[in-house]
Design a protein around this ligand. Structure first.
Ligand SMILES: Nc1ncnc2c1ncn2[C@@H]1O[C@H](COP(=O)(O)OP(=O)(O)OP(=O)(O)O)[C@@H](O)[C@H]1O
Ligand SMILES: N[C@@H](CCO)C(=O)O
Length: 289
């Protein structure tokens, strides 16, 4: 099972919007077992507990009552803002659903995969697991999840800084002005139509946000300079990916490589190592048998 990285929020859609990324991804393998065991390898795996009670894939095995030997090769570093915890949870949910013939649809697996998010961040938010399972652009609302296929080009730059979702949720303001609310609704609507039309300019305009992103940007050394550099290189919009520290830019494909270079250089200027993924909005998990 290949389960994609995802980017939640996209600026104006805090806890609502999410997008599957074409790359990077986790590889999740499962075999039936008497009790669940987990083996981790790959990017940042040394920081991820193999105890099933502390691993998002273990929480999913428990929720599905599907004990298994689970092996996860991380393509998505933890505490990245790229839905690392969600990729393993979504991959495990789909793989275990097949292994045990549970017959649940990908949509029905979204709340089950969110049990893994509850384990690591304290809240079962679905804005990473929904796109990780369904692919494309997703809107998580009280009454369900809406999915739209899209393939807007993106650059995601991941600095060598750790920001945990739990910590980044603490800095979110508890209230805001009506002015900010009106601005956010306008941008969220623009972004949604932009995804449907696959219009990078509209998606970029909709990625701004005056409420959550400014508070979180302070946790990321060099954020303002990286954002400016990406915009100067042609990005149509830039924001914090998920809870950070990843920074995501929407763009036209022809500008992607220059934007990636500009973001890497800007982090380098403040002595922060980083890596850039030239990617796009992609599909959900791929199942290998
Ligand atoms: N299978 C797993 N994969 C990744 N992280 C895991 C896993 N199981 C438990 N964790 C823990 O979850 C935390 C990482 O999750 P967190 O939500 O902070 O980051 P993220 O998923 O990369 O970010 P975001 O949700 O903002 O996109 C780490 O503390 C890590 O040890
Ligand atoms: N919406 C969540 C996503 C992070 O997992 C947040 O920004 O806290």
């Amino acid at each position: 099972m290949r389960a994609p990285a995802t980017s939640a929020n996209l600026g104006s859609g805090f806890d609502v919007f999410g997008a599957a990324l074409e790359r990077p991804a986790d590889i999740v393998r499962v075999e039936r077992a008497e009790e669940t065991t987990i083996e981790m390898s790959g990017a940042g795996s040394e920081f991820i507990p193999e105890d099933p009670a502390k691993n998002t894939a273990g929480a999913v095995a428990e929720a599905l009552d599907a004990p298994a030997r689970i092996k996860i090769d991380k393509g998505v570093r933890p505490a990245s803002g790229l839905g690392s915890s969600a990729a393993s949870a979504a991959g495990a949910a789909l793989a275990l659903n097949e292994l045990y013939d549970r017959g649940l649809s990908r949509s029905e697996l979204v709340p089950i995969a969110a049990e893994g998010e509850a384990l690591v961040s304290g809240e079962a938010h679905q804005d990473n697991v929904a796109p990780a399972l369904l692919g494309g652009f997703t809107i998580v609302a009280e009454d369900g999840v809406t999915q739209v296929d899209s393939s807007v080009p993106l650059v995601v730059c991941l600095p060598d800084i750790v920001v945990s979702t739990r910590d980044a949720r603490r800095v979110v303001p508890e209230s805001t002005s009506v002015e900010n609310m009106v601005d956010t609704v306008g941008r969220a609507a623009t972004l949604t139509v932009g995804m449907h039309r696959e219009d990078p300019a509209m998606v970029g305009r909709g990625m701004e946000d005056n409420v959550v992103t400014p508070a979180r940007a302070k946790l990321i050394d060099g954020y303002d300079a990286v954002r400016e550099a990406a915009l100067d290189a042609g990005a149509t919009g830039v924001t914090v990916s998920g809870a950070g520290p990843g920074v995501i830019a929407a763009c036209y494909e022809s500008d992607r490589s220059e934007i990636a270079g500009a973001m890497l250089d800007a982090f380098d200027d403040v002595d922060v190592d980083s890596r850039a993924y030239q990617t796009r909005i992609g599909d959900g998990p791929t199942v290998y048998r």
